[in-house]
Write a protein that binds this ligand. Structure first.
Ligand code: NDP
Length: 344
């Protein structure tokens, strides 16, 4: 093994402990703790698992969870009314509407009703637009990219108020995530993974400025926001997608590889530049008859091969995954700090 294996669980635990301390300080200073409203509609097993995971995580760090459980048949108007009430509630600093919503409800409409100040998903077009524009900073940022390699302290400070991010796995109910959700024993989380990637690199001292970064995937929830963040951090960014020819050659030139294609072990060790930092967002369930569950999780990178070449690498599971709910907690904390400080 050549690469430093980035331990997402350990980093996540360290951050949770920092969050607990900050929550305690906020409580002493303002007599209030951060509040996160998690709205769920209907009885989907996967959504319920995600929601209970988030609520439990809130309790662990002292964040107050506001539970809004609505029946499958709730009307769009009633759901929007609930969102408006949460917008107006001064004890709620972040609002998550667990997706997917039932078919009779227009998700986009509901999400745009969430106050920008409390939109911990960060997918409001205004946020994404600001993320894409030079010299502008979004209020919220999709969480997986945030979890990606951030370079300097300055950059992090500049994004301080951005750190209320996305619980992006709300938007991501892939087959593999459903399976993962069932595999509670795996003990990993699937939310603010983008944000977690940035934090993982940052905490492992990987610099970004001036580096060649290749992002594999261009989805709205992972690839695209990660790419824009890397650009903001002064990397030279190339995006590889399903129509890219010669992906292998492009990836081999990268100092930083962010893999988010959803293709098991697509990226081979021979595709990695020696010493590169490899962040594997991919979470794919592959058949494994030796497991009780009948499957196991693998990333988009062939870990066994790539870890012999890379400088840093995240495993799957145990890399980006554990960071996700943790970053959601962190975003809620940051949002609360911003709101409480403004009001004091
Ligand atoms: P999507 O399916 O939405 O996007 C996949 C992207 O990868 C697309 O842009 C697609 O290109 C590109 N792609 C697919 N195949 C190839 C290929 N062979 N070569 C190059 N590019 C390819 O997936 P998501 O972004 O939602 O998720 C990506 C992965 O990350 C999944 O494994 C998912 O489970 C995982 N994930 C993990 C999270 C965590 O917390 N650990 C959170 C979120 C996601 P095109 O646009 O051309 O179709």
């Amino acid at each position: 093994m050549v690469a430093t294996v980035i331990d997402g669980k350990a980093v996540a635990q360290a951050i949770r402990s920092e969050i607990s301390d900050e929550v305690r300080l906020l409580s002493q200073k303002y007599g209030k703790v951060p509040g996160l409203a998690v709205v769920i509609v209907g009885n989907r097993k996967d959504s319920q698992s995600y929601v209970s995971m988030k609520r439990k995580a809130c309790a662990e760090v002292g964040i107050k969870s506001f539970d809004v459980d609505l029946p499958e048949q709730v009307s769009e108007a009633d759901l929007v009314k609930q969102v408006h009430e949460l917008n107006a509630n001064p004890d709620v600093h972040g609002i998550l509407v667990q997706l997917p919503l039932p078919k009779h409800i227009n998700e986009e409409k509901v999400l745009t009703e969430i106050s920008l100040e409390k939109d911990v998903d960060g997918f409001h077009p205004l946020n994404i637009g600001k993320l894409a524009m030079k010299g502008r900073e979004p209020l919220f940022l999709p969480c997986t990219p945030k979890a990606n390699p951030l370079d300097s302290e300055n950059f992090c400070n500049g994004l301080d108020y951005v750190k209320k991010c996305v619980d992006f796995d709300q938007l991501l109910v892939t087959k593999s995530l459903l399976k993962l959700c069932e595999a509670a024993s795996v003990g990993i989380y699937f939310t603010t993974c983008m944000q977690g990637c940035l934090e993982l690199l940052h905490r492992n001292g990987v610099s970004i400025k001036g580096k060649k970064a290749v992002v594999v995937g261009r989805s709205n929830i992972v690839g695209l926001p990660v790419s824009m963040l890397l650009l903001k951090a002064d990397a030279t960014v190339t995006i590889v997608h399903s129509h890219t020819s010669d992906a292998e050659r492009i990836i081999r030139e990268a100092d930083i590889v962010i893999a988010a294609a959803g293709q098991p072990k697509m990226i081979k060790g021979s595709w990695i530049k020696p010493g590169a930092a490899v962040i594997d967002v991919g979470t794919n369930a592959v058949d494994d008859p030796s497991k009780k569950s009948g499957y196991r999780l693998v990333g988009d990178v062939d870990f066994e091969e790539a870890s012999q070449v890379a400088g840093w690498i995240t495993p799957v599971p145990g890399g980006v995954g554990p960071m996700t709910v943790t970053m959601l907690l962190k975003n809620t904390l940051e949002g609360a700090k911003r709101i409480l400080e403004q009001r004091s």
